[in-house]
Design a protein around this ligand. Structure first.
Ligand code: FNR
Length: 195
């Protein structure tokens, strides 16, 4: 282990909260999100956010009656995290509606939970383009949220059905290696951004 890597591992652990953009039980994107801890450098941990699909549709009148408790719970989880990650499919060239809805709710909470947060983006699709168009829509959304996305490397996983086995394990070694590289870069990115 190099001195730089050793000192990073010894530094304070970093927790990343993960938004998974699919509610499907057999979701490939959820399978990738579950694989992250095993591919991460020491000191980087992940918490997958649950219940994103249970939020009501965003409605300012509903907000005026008070934020739903689940929204406040999610906002608190994001605020307390060192960083956020999105692992999402592409729906009609964008991100799935429930994910946008969750982001919309959280974006109304004060103080802004996403502001200044390092953000990681991954997408997977059965098509060859791997959800890249959803990634670029998401990047646009992150501008308004004032989050700070890692630019490179971009993890865009095409033909994902051939890279995950029947048990939901990410088995494709080049994909595993590439995600590991991205996570190593992300850990360094988070630490650079921290005061
Ligand atoms: C899709 N899918 C899809 N794929 C893609 O590459 N580009 C797209 O624009 C779309 N659009 C789209 C819309 C809707 C409504 C559905 C249901 C699906 C296919 C999608 O990426 C594929 O089903 C993924 O496997 C879904 O991700 P999970 O659920 O496996 O994580």
């Amino acid at each position: 282990m190099s001195t730089a890597v050793a000192s990073e591992a010894a530094a304070r652990p970093l927790n990343v909260v993960v938004f998974v953009g699919s509610l499907r039980k057999g979701s490939y994107n959820a399978a990738i999100a579950r694989a992250l801890p095993a591919l991460a450098p020491e000191g980087l941990t992940f918490t997958i956010l649950e219940g994103l699909g249970d939020l009501p549709h965003y409605d300012a009148d509903l907000q005026a009656q008070g934020f739903p408790p689940k929204v406040l719970e999610l906002a608190q989880a994001v605020s307390a995290a060192d960083a956020v990650a999105f692992v999402t499919p592409e729906y009609n060239y964008s991100i799935p509606g429930f994910l946008k809805n969750a982001i919309d709710w959280l974006s109304r909470v004060s103080p802004a939970p996403f502001a200044g947060k390092p953000a990681l983006i991954q997408s997977a699709s059965m098509g060859v383009l791997g959800g890249v168009r959803a990634q670029y829509h998401l990047r646009q959304i992150l501008v308004f949220l004032d989050a700070i996305p890692l630019n490179k490397p971009e993890v865009i996983i095409g033909a994902v059905h051939s890279k995950i086995d029947a048990a939901g394990e990410l088995t494709d070694q080049p994909t595993r290696d590439f995600i590991a590289t991205q996570l190593t870069n992300f850990a360094a990115f988070i630490r650079r951004l921290q005061p």
